[in-house]
Design a protein around this ligand. Structure first.
Ligand SMILES: Cc1cc2nc3c(=O)[nH]c(=O)nc-3n(C[C@H](O)[C@H](O)[C@H](O)COP(=O)(O)OP(=O)(O)OC[C@H]3O[C@@H](n4cnc5c(N)ncnc54)[C@H](O)[C@@H]3O)c2cc1C
Length: 544
């Protein structure tokens, strides 16, 4: 450590440990533990501070304002494909603030399904808490798996496929610290919380919008404050549940599938969660190994894809959705959905006799082709767990598609950044019109192979009128050419996409610095707000 770092670390150590236990890592340790991303060289950090009580946050902010260093807060630091920390453009010391040890779970109101979480609470920890304490509610899970924080995912405005898809929409109340030297010592909360004199503050914790200007949203996808807790409205587990899978082996009925998806979502709002539509290649990367060998950065030929598809019986398009409700409602919805999806492909429900029979047979005879079928049924079960709010690692292996050294094992912890996986996301919003979505499919299929990247398409419906497509850009992080190509591929996707109205809902840390113009009124307004709440620019200076 050079002197300046050493001086600052000694001050932090003294002041923070006077409040509660603190662990401080030096530059090498901090960079090794927190600096990895899935798309760049590790981001260099000067130190990392793991605090154990939220009252240490104002102490750190005060020190940063006095000593002028940059703070990068992370909750679980697993923003894979987007980057948890920004590369700094400043010459100040870069201190990572690790909030993962703040693990308080407060049962705000079990009866109402309202729970308050500190930043370090992971999906698995919330799941265990709900299970151990008899809460009949679902965890707002994502594909990022059990070890990811609930708070930071909501702050990134991430989403999942349980009934409350939009994770920040389900946040009813937020507390945090604003970096301004005159404000940082007291925890921010909404007017309603200030006025409410009761212990539980249910008015604040059950009503998202507060009173007066809505400020809580300023803490999301931003650098205006450090969030110390969120209250989340959990979705109740329903007695009835089934998932449906529509497999379409035709190449010419994409329009029909999109129209049917929209129809089902509109007709069964509140009963059917979101619906995913995935193409053949996307499913192939989930169920098979890379036929070209990982790390070689070769796109599967049509023949290779057809061979994988034949072996695993993968259709052109797979539609997956879930029905939640009272058993009688689920039963009726099943019948009506069957009618709506008639003729669109082969339809299967997860509670069907065929699936139950399949599980019995393959468990008794797990040999030959039945082994493949057993594997598929297991993946099916894991997908269903996610839809029912139980976290697992089913989605994570995809990040290892071009990783030549590690074969992912879902039974142990998977961490794509630590394991040097190459991953970027292209995550644009699209209107729910078949013609636009078709144009989008063609665009992705034209662009990505030019850069030796598989065109993998998933559509997730945020509502009946808005779709998000998450296209994973998978590459060999160890090969500099592959990294350059992956970034160029993402750039071309974004540039071509915006001309057609496909605009990302979330950006990686590098794009945040390069893509967003400083000239528009929105950017100028952000800059003015940033200047007012953080005059010394100490918090995540380069974010968005
Ligand atoms: C295979 C795979 C599947 C995925 N599936 C999904 C998915 O289904 N849905 C989805 O949304 N994402 C998904 N992701 C992307 C990502 O991994 C998750 O969104 C993950 O939850 C984000 O990382 P994190 O929660 O550890 O956030 P962190 O890295 O801890 O935080 C992200 C950013 O938020 C800010 N932040 C964090 N905590 C605070 C705080 N307390 N106060 C202020 N700012 C804060 C920081 O600026 C930080 O840079 C997936 C990734 C992979 C590899």
């Amino acid at each position: 450590m050079d002197n300046n770092v050493q001086d600052i670390v000694s001050v932090l150590s003294e002041k923070l440990s006077a409040v509660a236990h603190v662990d401080i890592l030096n530059s090498n340790e901090a960079t090794k533990k927190f600096g990895n991303t899935t798309f760049s060289e590790p981001v260099k950090l000067d130190a990392a501070v793991t605090i154990t009580h939220k009252s240490q946050i104002p102490v750190l902010l005060k020190c940063a304002n006095e000593l002028l260093f940059d703070i990068h807060p992370v909750s679980s630091g697993r923003n894979w494909g987007y980057g948890s920390i920004c590369e700094s453009l400043s010459d100040r010391l870069q201190i990572l603030l690790d909030l993962s040890a703040l693990k308080a779970i407060t049962p705000t109101d079990k009866d109402l399904g309202l729970i308050t979480l500190e930043p370090g609470v992971t999906q698995q920890e919330l799941y265990d808490y709900l299970y151990d304490n008899g809460w009949d509610y679902m965890v707002p899970v994502t594909g990022a798996g059990p070890n990811c924080s609930i708070v930071s995912n909501a702050l990134e405005r991430g989403y999942g496929i349980t009934p409350y898809t939009d994770h920040f929409a389900a946040v009813t109340s937020l507390k945090g610290y604003v970096p301004h030297p005159d404000l940082c010592e007291t925890e921010y909360c909404s007017y309603v919380a200030v006025l409410d004199k009761t212990d539980k503050q249910l008015a604040d914790k059950s009503f998202k919008w507060g009173l007066g200007p809505y400020l809580d949203g300023l803490f999301t996808q931003s650098n205006f404050g450090i969030v110390s807790e969120l209250t989340v409205r959990l979705a109740k587990k329903r007695q009835g549940f089934t998932s449906f899978y529509l497999q379409s082996f035709r190449k010419d009925n994409f329009h029909d599938l999109v129209d049917a998806t929209k129809d089902v979502l509109q007709s069964f709002e509140g009963i059917v969660g979101s619906i995913n539509l995935m193409d053949k290649r996307r499913i192939a990367t989930m169920v098979s190994e890379n036929p070209n060998g990982s790390g070689n950065q070769k796109v599967m030929s049509d023949e290779q894809l057809d061979a994988v598809a034949k072996q695993h019986r993968i259709p052109e398009w797979t539609m997956v959705g879930s029905i939640y409700g009272e058993p009688a409602i689920v039963k009726s919805a099943k019948t009506l959905i069957k009618k709506k999806l008639k003729g669109k492909g082969s339809l299967l429900f997860s509670d069907s006799f065929l699936i139950k029979l399949g599980k019995l047979v393959t468990s008794l005879l797990p040999v030959g082709p039945l082994k493949t079928f057993q594997h598929q049924l297991k993946s099916l079960d894991e997908g269903i767990e996610i839809m029912q709010g139980k976290p697992n690692r089913v989605a994570l292996p995809i990040a290892y598609w071009e990783n030549a050294t590690i074969t992912p094992d879902k039974a142990s912890e998977l961490n794509p950044a630590r394991d040097n996986c190459g991953l970027l996301w292209y995550a644009p919003l699209l209107p729910m019109h078949a013609a636009s979505m078709h144009k989008f499919v063609s665009m992705v299929r034209d662009i990505t192979p030019k850069y030796h990247i598989e065109p993998l398409i998933t559509f997730t419906n945020l509502r009946h009128d808005c779709v998000d497509s998450t296209v994973p850009i998978l590459f060999n992080l160890q090969n500099p050419d592959a990294v350059t190509r992956a970034k160029a591929c993402l750039n071309e996707l974004v540039e071509s996409g915006v001309k057609k109205g496909f605009v990302p809902y979330r950006l990686n840390t590098r794009q945040q610095q390069e893509l967003l113009s400083n000239e528009c009124v929105a950017a100028k307004s952000y800059a003015l707000i940033k200047q007012s709440v953080d005059p010394n620019n100490i918090l995540l200076p380069n974010r968005y």
